[in-house]
Design a protein around this ligand. Structure first.
Ligand SMILES: Nc1ncnc2c1ncn2[C@@H]1O[C@H](COP(=O)(O)OP(=O)(O)O)[C@@H](O)[C@H]1O
Ligand SMILES: [Mg+2]
Length: 375
């Protein structure tokens, strides 16, 4: 047998079958590439529905049998996306796009020239499967994007709402505190003057004693009222700087907690500044100290507050029992969630580092307001 003899050459029908198979395989690869490309579109984050559909149109021509004379069009809720140079012709294949159970659009493929009939007009049966798969994949993608958008939207609304609640709460507290202080406070003051006068007027020992006892009660009520007003709305911007208010808060905490407390507030920050930032920082410290008193069982607490490089920094560190997954803390309790909202309200954030048995460290960072002199 000779090496290159006709017996070694494939018969023409084999060659033809091989050529056809190779061509068919090439077509399947093109179809798969199209589906992969849609899949890759889905991996892009923050991609819009319009961007997906515009991108998908361009995937159509190369995936069909005759790329040079094929164009794609996708319609979705009245918006039309087309591959370059697309126009409507009689040689058309289409599949509907169903989004959330309703027909929302379609995928269409056109041949710009007449081609011989095969399975579905000039289109292959595999191309029917492909256009259906494209329409289904696009529908799933659109549904996902819509769900993500709705989620982001409701998160934004929730965020705005909780900030409004915080602002309304502060305004209401301020009003309540003012009314208690002004109305009830003045009435108590008037009562004291009246009692004073009565004590002087009645020289009888028992009456004077009784009146003095009433005077004591009124004095106690006055002191209590002052404390309540201060708790409801500390007079931060009005009378003293944030630093002094923080010191008073820490003093109060020291008196009740029994922990060893180190406080470092740099004097520059004691000057009054933006009342919104002041009240929010004050409330964040208040909640942090309440949490330490309530949950930490700490023996040592370090509190630092100051400004550096245009950032207001409040750090509170305790050596208590610590907690698991501090970043998710605040998803249940309202305290930490409120701290985060208040910081966000001032353009800042709260980070909590902690592990069980290792204490906790709360770090608040807020951009310092521009001082008028610097601006
Ligand atoms: N300093 C801390 N040390 C240990 N655990 C803490 C500390 N601060 C907060 N936690 C934990 O985080 C949880 C959430 O706190 P918070 O949102 O303020 O809600 P609440 O105080 O109402 O429970 C607390 O229940 C507590 O388990
Ligand atoms: Mg709390």
């Amino acid at each position: 047998m000779t090496k290159n003899g006709p017996a070694n050459e494939p018969a023409p029908w084999v060659e033809e079958a091989l050529r056809r198979r190779t061509h068919e395989l090439g077509e399947r690869v093109k179809e798969l590439n199209c589906l992969y490309a849609i899949y890759h579109l889905s991996e892009k984050r923050d991609i819009s529905v319009d961007e997906i559909l515009a991108g998908a149109c361009e995937l159509i021509p190369p995936a069909w049998q005759y790329p040079e004379i094929t164009c794609g069009r996708i319609t979705y809720l009245g918006r039309v996306f087309e591959s370059r140079g697309c126009r409507e012709t009689p040689w058309r294949q289409a599949a509907p796009i169903f989004v959330q159970g309703a027909r929302a659009g379609s995928v269409e493929v056109f041949y710009l020239e007449e081609m011989p009939d095969i399975d579905e007009g000039p289109f292959l049966k595999e191309e029917r499967s492909l256009i259906n798969a494209m329409a289904e994949q696009l529908a799933l993608l659109i549904e996902r994007v819509l769900t993500e958008e709705a989620l982001r939207d409701s998160e934004r609304k929730l965020h705005a709402l909780s900030q409004q609640v915080i602002a309304a709460q502060e305004a209401e507290r301020a009003r309540l505190s003012r009314e208690l202080h002004d109305d009830l406070g003045h009435q108590l003051a008037a009562l004291r003057l009246e009692l004073d006068w009565l004590i002087k007027k009645h020289s009888g020992a028992t009456a004077a004693q009784d009146l003095a006892a009433i005077m004591d009660m009124v004095s106690t009520a006055t002191a209590q009222l002052r404390r309540i007003c201060k708790g409801i709305r500390p007079m931060i911007p009005d009378y003293m700087g944030l630093g002094l208010a923080m010191e008073a808060l820490v003093e109060d905490f020291r008196a009740h907690s029994g922990a060893n407390i180190e406080l470092d507030i740099r004097p520059a920050e004691c000057a009054p500044f933006d009342p919104d930032i002041a009240i929010n920082l004050y409330r964040i410290l208040q909640e942090t100290l309440t949490n330490i008193a309530r949950h930490a069982g700490a023996s040592r607490v370090v509190i630092r507050f100051g400004e550096s490089h245009g950032v207001l920094a409040l750090d509170v560190e305790d050596d208590g029992i610590g907690m698991n997954a501090p970043d998710s803390a605040g998803t249940q309790g309202l305290g930490i969630a409120g701290m985060r909202e208040r910081a966000a309200l001032c353009g800042g954030s709260v980070a909590i580092e902690s592990r069980p048995g290792g204490g906790a460290r709360v770090q608040v960072r807020i951009p310092a307001p521009q001082s008028p002199a610097a601006g």
